[in-house]
Ligand binder design. Structure first.
Ligand code: F6R
Length: 614
């Protein structure tokens, strides 16, 4: 995780860097820092524990002038989150400064070697080792900064996106990446550098996405020069950004999370545009069409993801088995990659990731690729690492998701996976035509149905306040809505810090029922579907033990609503699509409970949006 920003040009660097850090704060926010070279040639570093706002306060009375600088917002891996461990880090002589996102696995060994040469260390980070090694290499090998970076990185095991400033070379930034993302923005007489395009979009739409093992030299008045760490020259490929500035602002909402929940009718419309064709009675996913044979010949589909994306994968298991009649396994990427899994050449592996950078998911597909499996990815961030190494895929196109708790990306992932399941099923002839057409119709109406659910926001906000007392929550669901029970619980715990568990409803009597008392709110997704009667019995079991019952039901339901303390109705739709609707009230419930508890909704403690470390 961690966010990196850099600037070199004619403008004052500091305001650009600070604005960029605010945009990247979703990646980590336990400390922040900035390094600037001023016109007198001084290299100044300012750092503060806490969010970027703390850094701004700290730097208020300092010299923050300069047209070149690098800045960092941190999510601690090595070394506690304090001012000393915050980036940038100086080299021994304070000639160099570095920022780093990633982990240097062999840092202890490298550090020992440097200490033998008299180097001392101020912090307990792995990053400081890098900057010291670069300086040591500059001095001992008498090479320029870029070569020193290159020689150093050849000795490093781990993941990194780095940017280095050299006091003796105040017109140049050298940056490199392996395993952590880095984007270069090209403006008129200026360059930008960032972990993603959000700090750049305001100034230019011309970008270069660096590849693993690329080193870029950004020097004023020259074209960017890219080489690899093994010194091969590369021609930079300049791309045009699709992102807009308004996507990065709250647009009048108090939090990004609420904005993103409310954006879902429009984001799903965009996700389905050109894909769900009601007039032509078909769904067209180019990533599927171009690789049809791989899907049709697959004896098994393995889905790999983490967190909320894993929940989307679990829903896909139900849909793919129902419509495409293919066995599906859903794997936590972190387990899959280390389990020595059996992977066949004719397996299709689907990776799901909002950021497209999650380290475990990236490693899982690299492993599957080595074994010859076909890799299809469903990601949101265009140009990120996972889609780049996949054989094919489908972007969700929901725009930047900034709230740390995933909402709009999740509904788009589920939509994409249902579309894919229907495509495979139709091509294989394993889904009845009538059912296919009905789901297609229902898919096209999802955005307006979400709008209807969002009208209940005020009522949900109202009753959410009554649950701030709760220490624990249970979420129950069955079939397609079992993963929504998991997702509802995850949303609540990550932003309100209330302990919450999701269970398949029928599992409750195998243990969790012991927890039920009148202090325990139980959220049940009890929409109409083939397990409806069963879930009604599960609700009775909770009611008999005085649990507080909150239900999500289908419009027109009277049975369950009478048994509930609070009930939210959602419009009727095909059973496989209910998760896209039933999750909306649970996103709102979690949001309003967190707000009522005065939590930091968009940046909950200990979390970061993009998990680029194991
Ligand atoms: C929860 C959440 C996380 C992510 C997980 C995977 O709200 O956002 O659980 O879903 O870290 O991230 P991606 O989808 O970027 O791979």
């Amino acid at each position: 995780m961690c966010g990196i920003v850099g600037y070199i040009g004619k403008k004052e660097a500091y305001p650009i860097l600070i604005k960029g850090l605010h945009r990247l704060e979703y990646r980590g926010y336990d400390s922040a820092g900035v390094a600037l070279i001023n016109t007198q040639g001084n290299l100044n570093i300012y750092k503060a524990k806490g969010k970027v706002a703390e850094l701004e306060k700290f730097a208020e009375d300092k010299d923050v002038s300069g047209h070149i600088g690098i800045a960092h917002t941190r999510w601690a891996t090595h070394g506690e989150p304090n001012q000393v461990n915050a980036h940038p880090h100086f080299s021994e002589s304070e000639q160099l400064a570095i920022i780093h996102n990633g982990i240097i696995e062999n840092y202890a060994l490298l550090k020992q070697g440097l200490m033998k040469h008299g180097y001392t260390f101020r912090s307990t980070t792995d990053t400081e080792v890098l900057v010291q090694m670069i300086e040591y290499t500059q001095h001992t090998s008498k090479v320029d900064l870029k070569t020193a970076v290159q020689l150093t990185l050849n000795q490093v095991v781990g993941a990194y996106a780095i940017a280095v400033l050299d006091k003796n070379n105040p017109n140049t930034i050298v940056a490199a990446r392996k395993g952590s993302p880095l984007v270069v923005g090209i403006g008129k007489d200026e360059f930008f550098l960032a972990s993603d395009a959000t700090p750049i979009v305001e100034y230019t739409d011309s970008v270069i996405y660096l590849e693993d093992e690329d080193i870029v030299t950004l020097e004023l008045g020259k074209e960017p020069i890219i080489t690899t760490i093994s010194n091969a020259q590369k021609t930079p490929e300049i791309k045009t950004l699709e992102m807009t500035l308004s996507q990065l602002e709250k647009g009048g909402y108090p939090h990004f999370m609420l904005k993103e929940i409310f954006e879902q009718p429009q984001t799903l419309e965009t996700s389905m545009r050109g894909r769900v064709n009601v007039d032509q009675n078909n769904i067209a996913l180019s990533g599927f069409i171009d690789n049809k044979e791989r899907f049709l010949n697959a004896q098994r589909i393995i889905i790999t993801a983490c967190g909320t994306s894993w929940h989307a994968g679990l829903i896909a298991m139900y849909a793919m088995e129902e419509f495409a009649k293919v066995p599906v396994e859903v794997e936590y990427s972190s387990e899959f990659r280390y389990r020595k899994p059996v992977i066949h050449k004719n397996d299709v592996v689907i990776a799901i990731s909002q950021s497209g950078e999650t380290a475990d998911t990236l490693a899982a597909i690299k492993l599957a690729k080595e074994e010859g499996a076909f890799i299809f990815s469903i990601c949101n961030v265009v140009g990120s690492s996972i889609p780049r190494i996949s054989d094919s895929g489908c972007y969700t196109h929901v725009g930047p998701e900034i709230g740390v708790a995933s909402t709009k990306a999740f509904t788009a992932q589920v939509t994409a996976l249902i579309m894919l399941s229907l495509c495979i099923g139709k091509e294989k002839g394993t889904i009845p035509e009538e059912q296919y057409l009905q789901i297609l119709q229902d898919l096209s109406k999802i955005p307006e149905k979400i709008t209807e659910i969002l009208h209940q926001n005020d009522r949900i906000a109202d009753f959410a306040k009554t649950f701030t007392y709760a220490q624990n929550f249970i979420y129950l669901g069955r079939g397609y809505n079992y993963p929504i029970a998991l997702e509802g619980a995850l949303k609540l715990k990550e932003i309100s810090y209330i302990h919450a568990e999701g269970y398949p409803a029928a599992e409750m009597k195998h243990g969790p029922i012991a927890l039920i008392s009148q202090e325990m709110p139980v959220v049940v997704i009890a929409t109409r579907g083939h397990t409806y009667d069963k879930i009604v019995s599960n609700i009775q079991e909770v009611k008999a033990r005085n649990g507080k019952i909150i239900t999500i039901v289908t419009e027109g339901d009277t049975l369950v609503s009478q048994m509930s303390d609070y009930c939210i109705a959602i419009p009727e739709t095909a059973e496989c699509l209910t998760p896209i609707l039933s999750v909306i009230p649970l996103q709102l419930l979690a949001y309003h409970i967190a707000v009522a508890k005065d939590r930091d909704v968009d940046q909950p403690r200990n979390l970061a949006k993009s998990v680029t470390v194991e």
